[in-house]
Design a protein around this ligand. Structure first.
Ligand code: ADP
Ligand code: ZN
Length: 223
């Protein structure tokens, strides 16, 4: 089996978190979500959480150096050795370069960048109905991917809530920041021959089956 060090690239609301967790389940590798890492630091009141808070509340990016250091710490843990999916990182060309440096130091590299290209009108609809689990961070949508019991996570029974930065004013800014800072990464990685476009028709419910099929097509699954 090829070792999978992957990046999941997509706008806020593109479904990259859902997709990333499906891949991790299929391949038995870890998901590294910078958004989740920042949110848990925030909840725990760490200095890193306090630093990230003001940026997150405005829908701005946390500075590259701070974000990259947090990712590096995570990737140095033993469970990352088996492969990983980066979800929400890198988000700028600067972060992509920092990532290359840290992986080179570890004797690792990225095998593929999975790109979800979703139209903006669809992104707004998806974000505005999004619900996230306080326990395991799984994400649901009130119309497109409703939990079996309202307000309760299917996976762990945790409480579902609406993220502070999912309010309309912040969402607009996050989409603008994505277009200006993150979209250039598609060309950056395309030039390196790493971009794999994920089919847009993937449904939230079918994510696991769809990802299993794709991973097997790419030779990433032991069968
Ligand atoms: P989404 O992709 O839906 O916008 P995330 O949970 O990935 O949500 O990120 C939430 C917020 O966390 C971002 O708006 C930003 O403030 C911060 N953040 C997450 N990842 C990064 C990153 N790689 N670089 C800088 N800031 C980040
Ligand atoms: Zn949960």
């Amino acid at each position: 089996m090829k070792k999978a060090n992957l990046i999941m690239l997509g706008a806020p609301g593109s479904g990259k978190g859902t997709r990333a967790s499906a891949i991790c389940e299929v391949l038995g590798i870890i998901q590294v979500s910078t958004g989740d890492l920042f949110r848990s630091n925030l909840k725990a009141g760490t200095p890193l959480g306090k630093e990230a808070e003001s940026y997150m509340n405005k829908g701005e990016l946390v500075p590259d150096g701070v974000t990259a250091a947090m990712v590096k710490e995570r990737l140095l843990q033993p469970d990352a050795k088996g492969g990983f999916v980066l979800d929400g990182f890198p988000r700028t060309v600067g972060q992509a370069k920092l990532l290359e440096e840290m992986l080179a130091q570890m004797g690792e590299r990225i095998c593929a960048v999975l790109y979800l290209d979703v139209p903006e009108s669809e992104l707004v609809k998806r974000i505005s109905g999004r619900l996230v689990c306080r326990g395991c961070q799984a994400s649901f949508h009130k119309d497109y991917n409703p939990p079996k019991v309202a307000g309760v996570c299917d996976k762990c029974g945790g409480e579902l809530y609406t993220r502070d930065d999912d309010k309309p004013e912040t969402v607009k800014n996050r989409l603008k920041v994505f277009e200006q800072n993150t979209l250039p990464l598609v060309d950056y990685y395309r030039q390196k021959g790493l971009i794999v476009e994920l089919p847009p028709e993937l449904s939230p419910k079918g994510a696991l089956g769809d990802m299993r099929e794709l991973c097997s097509k790419w030779g990433l699954v032991r069968e």
